[in-house]
Design a protein around this ligand. Sequence first.
Ligand code: FES
Length: 170
Amino acid sequence: MSEKKQQVSRRQFLNYTLTGVGGFMAAGMLAPMLRMAVDPVLQESGHGDLTNVSLAVEDITTDPQRIDWKVKQVDGWYESEVNRSAWVFKDENDEIQAFSPICKHLGCVVSWEGSDEYPDQFYCPCHDGRYYKDGTNVPGTPPLQPLDVYEQEVRDGMLFLGDAVPREGA
Ligand code: FES
């Protein structure tokens, strides 16, 4: 009698089998969905990549020139192209400077020689913000920080720019 109790009935066998197969199939369907949901979050972003901005170093002068380029941006599952701009010139030490044109006050776009009154400064028309040529903010004008600077590198005579980052100590 007790031997009979330990045997697996046909009904139990079917239950175990169907549960096992069902679970296996469910895992097989859920795994790709879970991977799709989580994968972009785990991917390393393109942060820090440098882009050739199509400007030869020999064409960079002491006069700031505005350059524009596009970079691919991946945001989770969404991939897009975004526009970037910089003011680029060589300083008195012959070093390349590449400033973000985004005003540190409220984010308008600054221009070199944008004001007749202050021709040798970066000028923000939104609230008369001003920056010296070295990108530092003019005291007494709305911006309280210097312009961000682009990470940069020269490869084969061409300028490559990365992300615009706040200056150290800013
Ligand atoms: S946004 Fe540039 S001064 Fe206000």
